[in-house]
Design a protein around this ligand. Structure first.
Ligand SMILES: Nc1nc2c(ncn2[C@@H]2O[C@H](COP(=O)(O)OP(=O)(O)OP(=O)(O)O)[C@@H](O)[C@H]2O)c(=O)[nH]1
Ligand SMILES: [Mg+2]
Length: 252
C-alpha cells in the first residue's frame, strides 16, 4: 500500500509542501472484478493521466484526489479523497475475502466498477457491494449466492455509491443503447448515479462535462455524509448492522 505522506496532487494541481495531514479526508473504496479497469480509473481520477502499463493489483493500492467540496459556493472547502483500489476476484477463497475485509473499515463511499463488455462483471457488483457493506456481520465475506435483491434497502444505505462502466470505447455504436439500458437498471438497483467511460481517454472526465459534474456531486455527497450529517444513523460504519438481500437481478 502506498505511503500516505506525500505531496498532494489532483493531476492538474500540485500542492507543494501541503501534507496529507493538513486536510480532512474521506475514504472511498473502488471495487469490481479483476481487469475491469479499477487501477486505470483511479490513475485517471488522481493523476489526470492514462495509466500506461497497468499490472494486476495485489492487495490494495491507495491514491488521492483533491476535491473542492461545494465548489463555487461560500461553503467551499478542499478535501482529500482517498481512493482505495482493492484487487481480487469475487470468486476467491474465503481466506482471501477475509483478508480483503480489512480494507472495508470506516468506508465513506464506494465506487462500483464494471466492464461494459463483460456482463458477468456487472452481475458481480451485487456481490462486491454486499461483501463491503455487510462485512461487519460476515467476517468471511461469504454472504450471497444469487438471491434476493431489494432496491428499497439500497435506498436506505448510508454509504453513497457510484456506478462506473468502463471500456465504453469497445462497445460498437449499434450496441450502445442496449448497454445503456442495462446499466440504467443497475444504477437504479444501487440507487447510484452512473458514469460510462473509456479509462484510456481523459476526455470522458474533462472539466465541465456531465461526467465531471456527476463525479463532483458524488464526492460532495460522500463528504456531506461524513462531515456534515448529524443523524448518527447516517454516519459511517453501518452501526445498525443492516443486511442487504437481493430479490431480483436484471440480467439473463
Ligand atoms: N479500451 C479500454 N481498455 C481499458 C479501459 N479501462 C481499462 N482498460 C484496460 O483493461 C486492462 C485492465 O485494467 P486495470 O486497470 O489493470 O484493471 P483492474 O480492475 O485494476 O484489475 P486488477 O488489478 O486485476 O483488479 C488494462 O489493459 C487497461 O488498459 C477502458 O475504458 N477502455
Ligand atoms: Mg488493478
Amino acid at each position: 500500500m502506498r505511503e500516505l505522506e506525500f505531496t498532494a496532487t489532483d493531476g492538474d494541481r500540485v500542492l507543494p509542501g501541503r501534507k496529507m495531514a493538513s486536510l480532512d479526508r474521506v475514504k472511498v473504496l473502488v471495487l469490481g472484478d479483476s481487469g475491469v479497469g479499477k487501477s486505470s480509473l483511479v490513475h485517471l481520477l488522481c493523476q489526470n493521466q492514462v495509466l500506461g502499463n497497468p499490472s494486476w493489483t495485489v492487495g490494495c493500492s491507495v491514491d488521492v484526489r483533491v476535491h473542492d467540496y461545494k465548489e463555487g459556493t461560500p461553503e467551499e472547502k478542499t478535501f482529500y479523497i482517498e481512493l482505495w483500489d482493492v484487487g481480487g476476484s469475487v470468486g476467491s477463497a474465503s481466506s482471501v475475502k477475509s483478508t480483503r475485509a480489512v480494507f472495508y473499515n470506516s468506508v465513506n463511499g464506494i465506487i462500483l466498477v464494471h466492464d461494459l463488455t463483460n456482463k458477468k462483471s456487472s452481475q458481480n457488483l451485487y456481490r462486491w457491494s454486499l461483501e463491503a457493506l455487510n462485512k461487519d456481520s460476515s467476517p468471511t465475506g461469504v454472504i450471497v449466492s444469487n438471491g434476493d435483491y431489494d432496491a428499497e434497502q439500497f435506498a436506505e444505505n448510508p454509504v453513497p455509491l457510484l456506478l462506473i462502466g468502463t471500456k465504453f470505447d469497445q462497445i460498437p455504436e449499434n450496441k450502445r443503447n442496449d448497454v445503456l439500458t442495462r446499466t440504467a437498471f443497475l444504477s437504479e438497483d444501487f440507487n447510484a448515479e452512473e458514469i460510462n467511460l473509456d479509462c484510456t481517454n481523459p476526455r470522458y472526465l474533462a472539466a465541465g462535462t456531465s461526467n465531471a459534474v456527476k463525479l463532483s456531486r458524488f464526492f460532495d455527497k460522500v463528504i456531506e455524509k461524513r462531515y456534515f450529517t448529524r443523524d448518527p444513523s447516517q454516519m459511517v460504519g453501518f452501526t445498525d448492522r443492516k443486511r442487504f438481500n437481493f430479490k431480483s437481478l436484471h440480467y439473463d
